[in-house]
Design a protein around this ligand. Sequence first.
Ligand code: KIV
Length: 267
Amino acid sequence: MEKVTVLDFARKKASGEKITMLTAYDFPTARIIDGSGIDAILVGDSLGMVVLGYDSTVRVSMRDMMHHAKAVARGVKRALVIADMPFMSYQTDPATAVRNAGRFVREAGCSAVKIEGGGEMVERARAIVSAGIPVIGHLGLTPQSCSKMGGYKVQGRDSRKAGEIIADARRLEEAGCFALILECVPVSLAREVTAKAGIPTIGIGAGADCDGQVLVINDIIGYFEDFLPRFAKQYARVSDVVRKAVQDFKKDIERGEFPDKDHSFTG
Ligand code: KIV
């Protein structure tokens, strides 16, 4: 079984084949996603909200991310595993960015990292790429700076902001990023960035014209009940399945029906 690499991303962009990506945060889920043939697994800092119960991604630490990135990497044989660099693990200076990116590769076994933002973050991307670590950029709605953006809002609706996103995309490509995530931007802007970029775009709430798509696993399987973003499609309702199993287990114990002889040892 051939491992997916950043070269496969470039090949798919060239051939027009769509790139598939999902998040994962633990070993069993990573195994299922990998076994299903998804190209890339992002250990997203969405971890903070959908798994750890924080109220935003800025609360996620390097320690949180390393713990989950290691578990995911252990469960994956084929997909490209990308670690999301958490808030303040790369923003302060290039040396810190390179050191923390290196930990995801050397200690956790990931193959690439993701950082959010354009502007000054372009230089962080360049420094990490120069150290030999593949980087995926992230533009549009960048949740780590959502306070600055005034909340979780679609980005690039006005021409000034759209122009900034197009310019940042070009600069991140020139800095050596192998792909770009575009989150919550209008379809027309994502189409323009995708057409202009030499590297693949992966959309999340950015329409169908991106070179690939990513969603949060808990959203698509229905295993996070607080909210479902409008752009996320729910393919199952795992919370209901878990709730029913837990309720049946409780009932069985209370009625004296578990454990029965099939689940007990004799002699
Ligand atoms: O943290 C995350 O899961 C993400 C994606 C959904 C793009 O950044």
